[in-house]
Every structure is written in C-alpha cells, then in structure tokens.
Design a binder for this molecule. Structure first.
Ligand code: SAM
Length: 338
C-alpha cells in the first residue's frame, strides 16, 4: 500500500486548480493536469509551476503517468440549469466518456468526480444514472452526495454533487468532517477600494429574514430592472422578482453561489456599517477558500469566470482527507465492505 506522500492523483479539467489545492492539503501529489482554457493554464502555471495539457481529447492514456486517484470537475455547462440542458447530446457532455478512457486504461483505486447540483435532475435523472452505470460497468462502486460549501467553514451556499467510486469499498460520506457555519462578514476586507451604491440606487426591504436552511439573508435590491409583468401588485419586494445581479444580501448571513457567468462581479452586499457595496474579487476568491497568496494573472473579468467555475477548496479538502483515511491509510482495508 502506498505511503501517504506517495499517493498520486490526476487533475482533469483542472481549471485554476481548486481541486488540486484541496487534494494537496490532504497530502496527495499531483502527477498530471489538463485544461483546454489558456487563461486557466496561465493561472495554474503561476501557482503550481506547470502548464496543464490542453484538450483532453488529444491526450492519450498511454502518455500519462500512473496515479491512484482520478479527480475531475468536468464541464458542467451541459448539466447546469443556466446552460441549455442538452446533457450527453451536447459535445461537452461527452467529455465524461473521455474520463472513462483514463479509468479503463489506468484503473485508479479511486475516482473522484465533482459537478453541479443539477446533474441529479438532468434528463429526469438519466444523465446521472448513465454516469453511475458506466462506472459500474468498469468495475467501480460509485456513491454520491450533494455537499454544501457552507458546511465546510465557507460563507457560501454552494451545493455540488460529489461522486466517489472505488473497486475496493463503498465510500462512507458520513465520515467527512463538517465545520461550523460562518458568516460572510468574517471574510470581508475592512479597508480597500470598494464600489458602493448610492442610497438612491437601492431599496432595503422591511424586516428581512434569514433563511433557516440556506443561511441566506435577502435584504434588498437595486432600483432597476424589477420584473413587473405577471407580478401581483404589492409583492414587488419579494426577492424572486429581482434579477440575481440586482439582489442585495446581508453580510451577516451567507452568500449565494458565485456563478461563472457573472463576469462583472455584480454581487451586492449590505455590510455591518449599513452600506451597500460590491463584493471584491479578492473576497470572491476568499469565499471559495483560496489562499490570499494565490496568484491571479488574468483580467478581473476572467478571474470572475475562473472562480465561479472552481470549487470550494475546504470542501474538497474535507473529502480528500476522508478519502485518504478510508482508502490509503494504514488499517484502511482492501476489499472491505460495510
Ligand atoms: C467546471 S470547470 C473545472 C474547474 C476546476 N475544478 C477548478 O477548480 O478551477 C471545467 C473545466 O473544463 C475545461 N475544459 C472544457 N473542455 C475541455 C477539454 N476538451 N479538454 C480539457 N479541458 C476542458 C474548461 O476550460 C474548465 O476550466
């Protein structure tokens, strides 16, 4: 059995390396990375010292080193509710089958996949079932859960599906250690160049309430683009009539999911001094659990895209720790089932 610092992983669809940060924190060593996007490659190179290979379709299974864990946060556009939901009919959806080429040839001990929450509902569950049954056909037993970054010390309501598949034993998700919830305010800069809204440009609602389950606290909206058609008079203050980029959330709660499409960073927050400002790009990286010294060579618009596409590092780190304990540490038994 490999000792801890010899456990190797492959970082497919690596983006800017969020999964790598979480895996390395748990002691895994990256032996191969791949991403088609030149700006992601540039960021990855600055931080990890290597340029990821490009299009996965051009990478031969024979040209990659052996590894124990295959990690892939594969493109989510075909599965995302904000995409067109074509699933496997969309070319990008078939990229899952590119991952399978490496699993079949290299037979890693563990497969670690990450995707958007909507994958579970896509095509009435058929897309997920296709993924799971393909893993089974290759001899793996997959197990999956929806995990929320908010349960891992990050003030963001960001749910993602995590699929762990192994030939050895079923992954036990209940052993992943959660961290007490924290609020956005703990992660904000107290000084710097902030983009404030003038009072005339927004409306705060009366008696905002914290949503118990999500921890979100919608407090108001920018005074523009309020949808009136089909909305009952007197209900305009309800959050659903406001487009996402116009909504304002309290810093005393947690933040909604940072999406990849919002390249101008219109994430508005009400801070403890009762003013409304944009979340800065530094703060966006912080509420994804990236370290403050993470190097960001791309334009700010690109950075918003990159961070919205990435993963919450502490959540990946918590999964990686549990993977290590269950499959790679002394006493983690081979072919043990529960
Ligand atoms: C959801 S993002 C993954 C982000 C990553 N987990 C991170 O932490 O930044 C999916 C990535 O797949 C990449 N991608 C899309 N098509 C690809 C292809 N054919 N070959 C390699 N990478 C591809 C995109 O550039 C994007 O960075």
């Amino acid at each position: 059995m490999a000792s801890q610092n010899e456990i190797k992983f492959m970082d497919l669809f690596c983006g800017i390396g969020g999964i790598r940060l979480g895996m390395e924190k748990a002691g895994f060593e990256c032996v191969f990375s791949c991403d088609i996007n030149a700006e992601c490659q540039r960021t990855y190179k600055e931080n990890f010292g290597e340029v990821p290979q490009g299009d996965i379709r051009d990478v031969s299974e024979n040209d990659v080193p052996d590894f124990d864990v295959l990690c892939a946060g594969f493109p989510c556009q075909p599965f995302s509710i904000s995409g067109k939901q074509k699933g496997f009919a969309d070319d990008r959806g078939t990229l899952f089958f590119e991952i399978c080429r490496f699993i079949e040839k290299k037979t890693p001990r563990v497969v670690f996949l990450e995707n958007v929450k909507h994958l579970i509902h896509h095509d009435k569950g058929n897309t997920l079932e296709t993924i799971l049954s393909k893993l089974r056909v290759m001899g793996y037993t997959p197990e999956w859960r929806l995990l929320n970054a908010a349960d891992y010390g990050i003030p963001q309501n960001r749910e993602r599906i995590i699929i762990i598949a192994s030939k050895e034993k079923i992954f036990d998700f209940t052993e992943i250690k959660k961290t007490p919830r924290r609020v956005l305010n703990d992660f904000l800069d107290t000084s710097g160049k902030f983009e404030y809204l003038e009072e005339k440009d927004y409306t705060l609602i009366k008696n905002p309430t914290m949503q118990k389950k999500s921890g979100l606290c919608f407090v108001g909206y920018r005074n523009k683009s309020i949808r009136k058609v089909g909305v009952r008079p007197g209900t305009e203050h309800l959050s659903r009539v406001h487009k996402q980029p116009n909504r304002i959330y309290s810093a005393m709660g947690i933040h909604p999911t940072l999406p990849s499409q919002e390249t101008s960073g219109r994430f508005w927050i009400l801070t403890s001094d009762n003013r409304v400002r944009k979340l800065t790009i530094d703060e966006c990286f912080r509420i994804m659990g990236f370290p403050n010294d993470f190097i960001r060579p791309s334009s700010v618009g690109e950075q918003y895209k990159q961070i919205g596409n990435s993963v919450c590092v502490p959540m990946i780190g918590a999964v990686a720790e549990t993977l290590k304990e269950q499959y790679f540490q002394k006493g983690a038994s081979y072919n043990d089932s529960h």
